[in-house]
Design a protein around this ligand. Structure first.
Ligand code: ZN
Length: 309
């Protein structure tokens, strides 16, 4: 696939299918097992998604940390679809050392048929206790998503060495400034792919899911470096912002992992992706295929997964 302006202007849609969301939290379509996640991957690709983000889960929805489950899921997805795969590191393992947190990704990257394309690095630390507004209290009081500078140096070096694209998550402006510094230090290649993790309702650690919350991030993007950015609204509805993101040249990351979307009935992940794709086309922006997303993100010829595909 050749590059060029038309490809660069296309919208990358990422489906964030499950995170740690439970079906009992409002939407029965949250996928848990490798089979269910793969089914969603295929449906979301058909609807316009170029990237799939997932967390391995046990059949009852509990988090699954076993490398085998991650590897099985990635192999299944890649056998069924050309969608680009982005597994989590998982913040529940945050008390483990950086080697343990990244180990399942590095293990999978050795397998050409089972390698993911991205590995996430949240470029700073943040409190991730859930706030219950009605009860006026936090449900937990000691959950810190802890990523020291040393850990981030290790992550970015190892992710590059494994031939994967770092998926750089920014919760607040300080994270974005870290990304700028890591690019200056030569630890992150251009174009950087930055995900602004806006947070709403029960989550207070990020900027709010509003235009001003997003604009504050954009004001602090590295000025002299190539960057592509996408937006998540963790805990809230992303549609109010979607039109602005599409017109400002960003990309969109959406799914039932972040929010159950009760306003829309009980949509599936693919239905959310299809709505975004329709909105983008109405606003004059075409949707990137997985191959085109690789061009936009500078992943051609770099990733082992790409070469094997
Ligand atoms: Zn995630």
């Amino acid at each position: 696939m050749a590059g060029g302006r038309n490809v660069l202007r296309k919208l990358i849609i990422e489906a964030r299918v499950n995170e740690f969301m439970l079906r009992s939290q409002g939407n029965p379509h949250v996928p848990y097992t490798p089979e269910e996640i793969t089914r969603d991957a295929v449906a979301c690709r058909d609807a316009g998604a170029a990237i799939l983000h997932f967390h391995a889960r046990k059949p009852d929805g509990a988090p699954e940390h076993d490398t085998k489950s991650y590897a099985e899921t990635v192999r299944r997805i890649r056998a069924a679809s050309d969608i680009l795969v982005h597994p989590t590191l998982g913040y529940v393992t945050l008390d483990e050392g950086p080697e343990r947190r990244l180990s399942h990704i590095l293990e999978m990257a050795k397998d050409p048929a089972g390698s993911p394309h991205f590995a996430p690095a949240d470029m700073g630390s943040v409190n991730v206790d859930r706030y219950n507004e009605q009860a006026r209290r936090f449900e937990t009081t000691n959950l810190i998503y802890k990523n020291s500078t040393e850990t981030l140096t290790y992550f970015t070096r190892e992710i590059r060495a494994a031939g994967l694209k770092p998926y750089l998550v920014s919760w607040t402006i300080g994270f974005t400034r870290y990304i700028d510094a890591f690019m200056t230090m030569g630890l992150i290649d251009e174009p950087a792919y930055i995900c602004f993790c806006l947070t709403d309702n029960t989550w207070l650690g990020g900027h709010p899911g509003t235009l001003r919350g997003l604009q504050a991030h954009l004001d602090f993007l590295p000025k002299d470096k190539a960057v592509e950015w996408t937006v998540v609204n963790f805990g809230g509805n992303l549609f109010a912002l979607a039109g602005a993101i599409i017109q400002l040249g960003g990309h969109i990351s959406i799914g039932l992992g972040d929010y159950a979307y009760p306003e829309l009935g009980q949509p599936t992940n693919a239905e959310l992706v299809r709505r975004i794709a329709t909105l983008a086309r109405e606003l004059g922006r075409e949707i990137a295929t997985p191959e085109e997303a690789k061009t936009i993100l500078g992943m051609e010829g770099k990733s082992r997964a790409g070469m094997a595909a």
